[in-house]
Design a binder for this molecule. Structure first.
Ligand code: NAD
Length: 298
């Protein structure tokens, strides 16, 4: 039987990752602030904890997948947080928080003898279900070796650096590209549709040509043409990621002309379509202004 580990945050990403670990034979103790999220994992064989602190007093290794940087800081360092547990040795953060939060967490946790592992992920809910996520680990080499067996259940491990925060920097670069691809594909397909092209044919051509990207290959065919808008990542979280990217690029004095425009479009999506709507609904902001809807003719 494998080790007992903890998992905090059983949402769109956390639930499938925790489920894969259970299925691989790990004994899981889980915590979330939604009762129904805990029950779903308990029904699959996990034990539950009453708080992050209680969880951190029962196991030496915890993974967490939480929405916003402030929530991550609070669950790790706040009242009844992981830091107050008396058994915890390693906290692996799979959330996207930006490099500064990762550095702060690493520093404060290490003062309490807890190793912090910066390890954001990419690949969406589909990747979390299949165990094909890109896992961007930034910590000492020996820690990657210790965690390899467990982390490879959720995806492919990339050891991107030794310093906490570098995993986050890697993730922000990745998500700027994902956000930009979705935003610019929305404009290009709406332009073609308004001129009379069939969006299905447009995507076939683009995917056989040089314009292909993650939006044309996955999000548009599977969530926009179908009008299902169901990739499991909400506008507010993508807006957060682009905002974190901008802060980092500005601090490093790297130009942000394109990133700034992408940020603005995501802000519009949060205001007009809603922060909790799926991130593929960003196309609706462009459709609305152009006065057309992307629907296939066939
Ligand atoms: P989510 O909102 O679906 O899940 C977050 C979970 O955390 C929820 O179950 C929520 O109840 C729980 N939670 C919130 N506050 C809590 C607290 N104080 N204590 C305990 N539990 C709490 O978010 P998600 O889409 O699963 O994303 C999680 C993280 O992973 C985010 O940082 C996100 O940016 C990142 N991420 C998401 C995706 C994706 O496609 N959804 C992909 C890669 C990375």
């Amino acid at each position: 039987m494998k080790n007992e580990i903890g998992f905090i945050g059983l949402g769109n990403m956390g639930k499938p990752m925790a489920t894969r670990l259970l299925e691989a034979g790990y004994q899981l103790i889980v915590f979330d602030n939604r009762e129904e999220a805990i029950s779903a994992l308990v029904d699959c064989g996990a034990k539950s904890a009453q708080s992050a602190e209680s969880l951190a007093s029962q196991t030496d290794t915890i993974l967490m997948s939480l929405p916003e940087p402030e929530v991550v800081k609070n669950v790790a360092l706040g009242e009844n947080g992981v830091i107050s547990g008396n058994k915890i040795k390693t906290l692996v953060d799979l959330s996207t928080t930006g490099p500064h939060v990762a550095q702060e967490l690493a520093m404060k946790l290490s003062e309490n003898g807890i190793n912090f592992v910066d390890s954001p992920v990419s690949g969406g809910v589909a990747g979390a279900k299949k165990g094909t996520l890109a896992v961007m680990v930034s910590c000492a080499k020996h820690q990657v070796s210790e965690l390899r067996e467990m982390l490879q259940i959720i995806g492919n491990i990339f050891h991107v650096g030794e310093q906490p925060g570098l995993g986050q920097t890697m993730k922000l670069a990745n998500n700027l590209l994902s956000a930009s691809a979705l935003a610019i594909t929305s404009e290009a397909i709406v332009m073609g549709v308004k001129a009379g092209l069939d969006p299905k044919i447009m995507l076939d051509v683009i995917n056989a040509g040089s314009g292909k990207n993650t939006a044309t290959q996955d999000k548009f065919p599977n969530a926009v043409l179908t009008r299902s808008f169901d990739r499991g990542f909400v506008n507010s979280l993508m807006y957060k990621d682009v905002e974190l990217y901008l802060a980092e690029a500005e601090a490093l004095k790297v130009p942000t002309d394109v990133a700034g425009a992408v940020h603005q479009l995501w802000q519009t999506a949060c205001l007009e379509i809603g922060p909790d709507a799926d991130f593929t609904t960003i196309v609706q902001c462009v459709e609305k202004r152009a006065g057309v809807e992307i629907r296939t003719k066939t």
